[in-house]
Write a protein that binds this ligand. Structure first.
Ligand SMILES: [Zn+2]
Ligand SMILES: [Zn+2]
Length: 140
């Protein structure tokens, strides 16, 4: 099926055609069409923004300098979104999460969507609780 729909770059309004690039801004779900030039510029800008945000952030768990985001759940439950972690906390966070998910994987797949979401929320809460406790132990 050939559509006559014309797509224009959302930045410079240049005609980009059907096979355009798309930019997804942090916090947005749907992408916006952009031309090749604007795509390059946007990717760079988003990467720089992210680096600047991480450089300014401190770890959400222990307050040390952040290394990156831990945002596994944000997409699923629309969580706080701005959780940063230092190297050490990031490793523990992922270790705990993987172990937890491994243990309940089969079980989780049997559940319906609403119950799954509830379960994910619970994992989120327990991961947060675990991290607080773990940091207290590590730093003592
Ligand atoms: Zn453009
Ligand atoms: Zn930390």
């Amino acid at each position: 099926m050939d559509s006559l729909e014309r797509t224009f770059c959302s930045r410079c309004s240049k005609y980009v055609g059907k096979h355009h690039r798309e930019i997804v801004e942090p916090g947005e779900i749907a992408g916006r069409p952009v031309c090749e030039q604007c795509y390059e510029a946007e990717i760079l800008r988003i990467a720089e923004d992210e680096m600047a945000a991480v450089a300014l952030a401190s770890c959400s768990y222990c307050g040390k300098k952040a290394l990156g985001r831990v945002s596994t759940f944000d997409m699923i439950i629309g969580g706080p979104g701005d959780q940063f972690a230092c190297d050490s906390c990031q490793q523990e966070y992922h270790r705990f999460l993987l172990e937890y998910l491994d243990a309940m994987n089969a079980e989780l797949l049997e559940l319906d969507r609403a119950t799954q979401l509830e379960a994910v929320r619970q994992i989120y809460d327990e991961t947060e609780a675990h991290m607080q406790q773990w940091v207290r132990q590590r730093d003592n």
